[in-house]
Design a protein around this ligand. Structure first.
Ligand code: PMP
Length: 464
C-alpha cells in the first residue's frame, strides 16, 4: 500500500520560479540519502535565484533516471533502473588500438575543432549502420550530433514555439519529454499497446486539433523495443501512422536507438525507409558501440538539416573530432556486426532470466511486456500501488527500478515501472526480481488487510 508521499519529484509540480520558491528534493525526502561518494542536494533549498530563471524552466522535468542512478550507484543495491548498455562486453584492447591509431594518423586534426555537421568518413560508416536495418540514406542526408539526445534537443529548438502541439507515445522516453517540455509545447500523449501507438486515438487527437485549426508539428515515436515499454510498432501501424501524418501534414520523429538489438522475430521497416520526406530519423552509437563516445545522428530532409545545423552550431560548435575518428575506425575496421551479435546474445539471456523470474515471483500480481529486443520491460501493478511511493521500500530491500510516472508528460503510469535487464548479470536480474516481488507482495498484503482487492490493472501496453 502506498505510504504517505515520501518520494516526490522536485519539479514535477513546480512552483513557478519566483522569489523564495522552495524546492523539495525527492530522494533525500524518501530517506534515500546515499552513502559513499554520491552527492545529493539538501532536502529543502530556498533558491535565491528564483526570480531570475526563464519561464521555460518551470516546465522542465527532473530526470528520475538521473536521480535514481545517483542513489543506485551503491554497490549493495541491484539496479534494474537506468538504461545502461553492458559496456563490459567491449574489448578495451580494441579501443586502445583505435585510439592510438587515431593519434598516430593525425593527432592535430583529432585534437582540433571539426565541421559542425560531423566528420565525413564517419557519416559514411553511419550510412552502413543504417543499411544494416534496411534504411537507405546518403552521407549528405546526415548530421552527426552529441548522442541522439542532442538530436532531440535541437529538433525541439527548431520546431517548438510555446503552446505548439506535438504528439508523443504514452509512456514515452523521458529524455525526449524533458527536451520537448523545456520549449513549452502542449504534448498530446497517445496510448500504446503491444503493437505500438493506438492509431484510433492518434487520429482522434489529430482530427480534433485540426477541427480547431491547430496543427501538430510532429509525432515522436520510438518504434523498436520502446523505451520504456519494450514494445515494437507493427508494420501495419507504421504504414497507418505515416498515412495519418500525411493526412494531417505533420512530421514524424523516429527515434531508433535499439533497432539492431533484436533477439527474435522479424524486423519491421523503419518509418524513414517508408517516407524520407516526412520522417526525421535519430540514430545513435550508444547502444551498439559506446554511450561514452556521445555520437548520434539525425537524417532528415535537407531544409530541416540546415536549420538543425544552425541550432547545433550555437549549442556546441561540433561533436568531438576525437571520438568521431575513433568511432569511424571502429566501424570501418572492426567486426561491429559480430560485436552487436554478442550483445544480442547477452541481452537475450538476461531478458529470458527476467521473464522467468517475473513468472516465478509475480505471476497473477503484475503484468508485463515481452520485448523482442532492446533493454527494457514495462511492468504494470495493481492500481492501488504507487510505484513512486514504493521506491523507498524497494531501495530499502536493495533493489531499484524506475517509477512509471516520469515517462508521461503530465500524468499517468503511477502503478507501473520500467525494468532494465541489459546491465545486471543474469544472477542479479533473478535476485533483483525476487527482492522486488517481496516488496510488491508486502504492498499487496497491506492493501488486502485494508480491504482493497489485489487486482492487476491491465495496461494497454502489456502482453504478458
Ligand atoms: N532516445 C531513446 C529512446 C533513448 O532510450 C536514449 C538513451 N537512453 C536516447 C534517445 C539518447 O541516446 P544517446 O546516448 O544517443 O544520447
Amino acid at each position: 500500500m502506498a505510504l504517505p508521499c515520501r518520494a516526490r519529484r522536485a519539479t514535477r509540480n513546480p512552483l513557478v520560479p519566483g522569489k523564495g520558491a522552495v524546492y523539495y528534493n525527492s530522494y533525500e525526502g524518501a530517506g534515500l540519502r546515499p552513502r559513499g561518494d554520491a552527492v545529493m542536494s539538501r532536502r529543502f533549498v530556498l533558491d535565491p535565484f528564483g526570480d531570475k530563471y526563464a519561464h521555460r524552466t518551470s516546465s522542465m522535468l527532473s530526470s528520475e533516471i538521473r536521480d535514481l542512478l545517483a542513489v543506485t550507484a551503491r554497490r549493495d543495491i541491484i539496479s534494474l533502473a537506468g538504461g545502461l548498455p553492458y559496456t563490459q562486453a567491449m574489448d578495451p584492447g580494441v579501443i586502445l588500438g583505435l585510439v592510438e591509431e587515431v593519434l598516430r594518423e593525425d593527432h592535430a586534426a583529432a585534437l582540433q575543432y571539426g565541421p559542425t555537421d560531423g566528420y565525413a568518413p564517419l557519416k559514411r560508416s553511419l550510412v552502413e549502420v543504417m543499411r544494416e536495418e534496411g534504411i537507405p540514406c546518403l552521407p549528405e542526408d546526415i548530421i552527426i550530433t552529441n548522442g541522439a539526445q542532442q538530436g532531440l534537443e535541437i529538433i525541439s529548438k527548431i520546431f517548438i514555439n510555446p503552446g505548439d502541439d506535438i504528439v508523443t507515445e504514452a509512456p514515452s522516453y523521458v529524455g525526449a519529454l524533458n527536451s520537448f517540455l523545456s520549449y513549452q509545447p502542449r504534448i498530446h500523449a497517445v496510448p500504446i499497446d503491444g503493437e505500438g501507438m493506438l492509431l484510433d486515438s492518434l487520429e482522434k487527437t489529430l482530427r480534433s486539433l485540426s477541427a480547431r485549426g491547430q496543427q501538430v508539428k510532429f509525432i515522436y515515436t520510438v518504434p523498436n523495443f520502446h523505451n520504456p515499454a519494450g514494445v515494437t510498432m507493427s508494420t501495419e501501424r507504421r504504414y497507418g501512422l505515416l498515412q495519418l501524418a500525411e493526412t494531417y501534414d505533420c512530421l514524424v520523429v523516429e527515434d531508433n536507438p535499439y533497432g539492431l538489438l533484436r533477439f527474435e522475430g522479424e524486423p519491421c521497416p523503419a518509418l524513414r525507409s517508408l517516407d524520407e520526406n516526412r520522417v526525421i530519423y535519430l540514430g545513435t552509437l550508444s547502444k551498439i558501440f559506446s554511450a561514452g563516445m556521445r555520437i548520434g545522428w539525425v537524417a532528415a530532409p535537407h531544409p530541416i538539416l540546415e536549420k538543425l545545423l544552425l541550432a547545433k552550431q550555437s549549442a556546441d560548435l561540433c561533436t568531438s573530432s576525437f571520438t568521431q575518428r575513433v568511432a569511424h575506425l571502429y566501424f570501418s575496421r572492426h567486426d561491429w556486426r559480430g560485436q552487436i551479435g554478442q550483445l544480442v546474445e547477452i541481452y537475450r539471456e538476461r531478458r529470458n532470466v527476467m521473464l522467468e523470474a517475473m513468472e516465478e515471483y509475480l505471476s497473477g500480481i503484475a503484468s508485463w511486456t515481452r520485448p523482442q529486443g532492446g533493454l527494457f520491460l514495462w511492468v504494470t501493478l495493481p492500481e492501488f500501488i504507487r510505484t513512486s511511493d514504493m521506491l523507498a521500500s524497494a531501495i530499502d530491500a536493495k533493489v531499484a527500478y524506475v517509477p512509471g510516472r516520469g515517462f508521461f508528460p503530465y500524468e499517468g503510469g503511477e502503478n507501473s515501472m520500467r525494468l532494465n535487464f541489459s546491465y545486471p548479470e543474469p544472477e542479479l536480474v533473478w535476485e533483483g526480481i525476487k527482492r522486488l516481488s517481496k516488496v510488491i507482495k508486502r504492498e499487496v498484503a497491506l492493501a488486502k488487510s485494508l480491504g482493497l482487492g489485489p487486482r492487476a490493472n491491465g495496461h494497454p501496453g502489456t502482453e504478458e
